[in-house]
Write a protein that binds this ligand. Sequence first.
Ligand code: ZN
Length: 148
Amino acid sequence: MGHLRGNRHGKEPVQIATILKLYTVLQLAEGHRYGYELLKELARMTGKKVSPAQVYPFLKELQASGHIRVESKGERERTVYQLTAKGQEMSASITTRLSHMLDSGIKSRLVQCAHCGCQIYQGAHRERIRGRLLSFCCAACAAAFRKA
Ligand SMILES: [Zn+2]
């Protein structure tokens, strides 16, 4: 997904190239997480068992680059992971870039209704009218087009 900005610590920018890393950042963007909570959520999001070895090196990297804060909390001194301001900035830029990617993916699939001009994402109503196969948002639009 390319380089991320905000390389203020003079280190290599953190690369978010896998879905697991992406989900890790998105999870932490929702709030602080205990290690076991994070693993559980990641397993839910990916539909696969996630082992600590898949996630902890990345968390260490995020900590070293100043994107997360790691603290021990509670009586049992459990480790809590939390985004710093820099980490929140990173997660916001990832979210923005993702929505652009999704937008362009969806836009290439949009079809216009030949009658009302609205944009159809899926399930266009198709009819052959006067020798042309046309797409409509609904049967009513097709009927109106036929009469016009
Ligand atoms: Zn229409």
